[in-house]
Structures are given as C-alpha cells and as structure tokens.
Design a protein around this ligand. Sequence first.
Ligand code: ADP
Ligand code: LRH
Length: 469
Amino acid sequence: MTTGSIAVDIGASSGRIIKGYLEENQLKLDEIYRFENKVVKKGAYVCWEIDTLFAAIITGLKRCAKEEGELISIGIDTWAVDFVLLDENDQLLTDAVAYRDPRTDGMMADVFEIISKERLYLETGIQFQKFNTIYQLYYLKKTYPDLLHKATSFLMIPDYLNFLLTGVKANEYTNATTTQLVNAFTKKWDTELIEKLGINPEMFHEILPPKTKLGNFKKELVGEIGFDLDVILPATHDTGSAVVSVPEVSDTIYISSGTWSLIGVENTFPICVPKALDANFTNEGGMDYRYRFLKNIMGLWMIQEVKRQYNNQYSFAELVALAHEAQTFQSIVNVDDDRFLKPDNMIEEIKKYCAETGQVTPSSPGEVAKCVFDSLADSYQKAINQIEEIYEKEFHTINVIGGGSLNERLNQLIADTTGKEVLAGPVEATAIGNIVVQMMANGELEGIEQARNLVKNSFGIKKYKAGTA
Ligand code: ADP
Ligand code: LRH
C-alpha cells in the first residue's frame, strides 16, 4: 500500500489540498481540492477570511476520506508575515488583517526611532517591507495598546490553522523569521528587540523547525472528518516550502513566481553586508537552517489585479496570448513602486505611471499585459545584477517555479532579457516542498538532497534559451 501525505498550500490567490505519494521512485501528486483566496474589508481593515480557509481545509480533508488508510500526515503552508492574537481563553483578539492593508504606513519610520535600520538588518537579516509583522505589531501597540496587553498568544496564519486542527500552539521557524523579530544567528525570538518595541515577549511561543510533529487532529475533528492524521510542520512559509523543491540550487537563481516574484539564491549563512541592505535583500530562514537570500518583486499580483479589473473576462492564458500579439508596444513601469501594492485600479495606475514618465500609455488588454510582463522581466534583470554584484560571480541558470512558470511568454522574455537559460517548473513547487518535508519526517526520504533529486526525476522541467522564441 502506498502511503501519502497531504499538503495544504494556501497562497494569496488560491489554496489547494494536494496528496503526494511515492510510486515507482517518482513523486506523484493528486489534487484533491482547490479554492479561491482573497481579502475582504472587515470594518476598517482589509482581512483574510480565516474561518473560510479553515472550513476549506476541513472540506478538502473530508474529500480524502475514502483514502484514509493510505494517508499518514498533513502539513500546512501559507503566505508570510500575517498573524492573529489570542487572549488567555484562546479567543481571537484580532482579525487576520492582510499585509496589503495600509495600517502600517509610517510605522517603519517610528520603529527606526527605536532601533536603527542598520542594526535591525544586522540582527535579523530581513528585508524592509512596510508590511512586515514588526510594523503591523507596532501599529497595534500605538493604536490599541490595551488589546496588545491582553494578548497571550501570537500565532502566524499557518500556526493558527495548526492550532485549530490540533489544539497545539507553536511558532514555526521559517515563517517566524519573516516577522523581522527573529535573530538571524541564534534563530530565536529577539527578546531584547521585542521588549525595546514595548511588545510583550511572553505572547510568542517556542519556535519549532520544519519536520517537527506538532500533534494530531483534535478529538471533535476526528469525529467530523472521520479519520486522524499526524500534523507535521513543513516550512510553513510558502516560499520556504517552494525553495525546498527547486531541483538544482547550486549556481542557480530561482524565481518563485506567484502573487509575488521571489528572486534569489539559497545559502547556508545570512548575508547582511551593506550592499545587501542597500539592495533590500532578505535572509529568510529555510529548511535545515539554510537561508533564502532573495528580493520580493511585485509579481503576478499585477496581472491578477489587471484580470480582475477586466471583470475576469480573460483568463491568465488569454492575457499571455494577447500580450504576445501586442508585439510593438513598449513601455515599462517600476513594478516595485509602492503605488502598485494595492491601487484602487491597477490598469489606471499603470497608465498613470506611463503618462507621468513620458511613455506611451497602454490601451488594449494585450498592451497592458505586455507592459506588466516586460516590466517584471526588467525588474528581474535588475535584481540579478544586484545578486551577481554581491556574489561577485555570474549565474547561468534561472529556475522559475510556481503558477507563474506556466507563463511561457514571460519565461522566454526572462531568457531573452537576461541571456541566461531558464528552467520552468515545477508548477506546484510549494505543495511539493511541503510534502517532501513531511516525507523526511516520516522516514520516507533522507533529506533535502534526496528530495531535490526526486523532484528532478518526477516533474517535467521546460527549458528556454535566449533568442529562441
Ligand atoms: P499564489 O500561490 O501566490 O496564490 P500561484 O503559484 O498559484 O500563486 O500562481 C498564480 C499565478 O500563476 C497567477 O497569478 C497567474 O499569473 C499564473 N498562472 C496560473 N495559470 C496560468 C496559465 N495557464 N498561464 C499563465 N499564467 C498562469
Ligand atoms: C509569497 C509570500 C512572500 C512574502 C509575502 C507576504 O506568498 O509568502 O514570501 O514576502 O507572501
């Protein structure tokens, strides 16, 4: 009988429940359930629908019921930085406010009055994004000090979903590092920093690494779902899981391409040199205490918003094809400008940027889509220049993983812009990374090298070379 593990992988745009199992020395995936993820306005804040997400996990698990005998474990990963706070009775004190909510505007400057930017980077190695947990918590401390005072539990989104499943409260390491409150060297909560900010360090839980068995389903859930599984911690930060499944990391730059484009390399140590700080590269905690030295680029969020503004009348594949037809259009926006983080209307924002910079404004859907893809490729090239400058070496291969690797036009464009070979896939990199870590915990795989070889042998990886479109 083949045993299987379940990955619950919830990205900012969609969630999926995928079963993974070994068959004839290959990793096989069966998609069990896919659901939309989006933010909604709750009162004054833009929030995730956390109860709906948990309900979707239960729905997915019930769909697995027939295979219960074959399944042994489950792991959850989601996007980073967001969290909830619980009171002493384990009741929610906050909604799951989303990182795109503007509540953190101005908070970075306030935090830098308490600790300098340079010192914060040296201690945590984490990039400066105005939505990092540290700035979200500082907003709460300034605006609702009583609420923060009442909090006895700080749980990031996957930690909270794990708590609902198991009743166990813990903070998983890879996601915890994205708070900008974990020391990059000790890998523990930076209690001194937390206290300096006037935040109660007691609400943070023990940091547990990936591969830890957290527990089992709560009794009442076993009744509802019909079976029990071991709940194992993968890299609960989706990007952490995705990078576990990059088939070949040595001498390769990866781009984890989804709502965000995360572009970087894997290291065994954090790089906090001034050039890295200036270029705003992060050192996020990874599997086996490796580090992801990477940069956040605005990513396919821009095309998701464009698609939404066109009332979803074009699919992603159609927008890619339309962009291809708009060959002659050529205007570029700086995708990393904060104005694209949550504009009221992405299409209008792109047009405004082009007009303000004296460029031709896109008008047809194909032109708008081409502008987005060209601008992303331009931003990737700049990030690659920074990586090569910091490493003082040239990289020859780029591996695009995630949903964005389905975008053949963008893959070819990356090859043409950078002159490097582009490998595309796997598409479900995050779920795969989640599953292989469970397999390591279950003794089915020895470690990350074996896992990466398995990925290489199990999934078709497409190659793109410059000038071959
Ligand atoms: P996340 O995990 O952040 O929600 P995904 O890894 O699921 O993101 O990637 C979603 C992105 O993949 C979409 O925004 C879209 O741009 C791209 N995508 C998905 N399917 C296709 C397709 N058939 N053709 C081109 N792009 C696609
Ligand atoms: C990608 C991601 C990324 C974070 C962002 C908040 O889904 O986790 O690594 O920076 O969301």
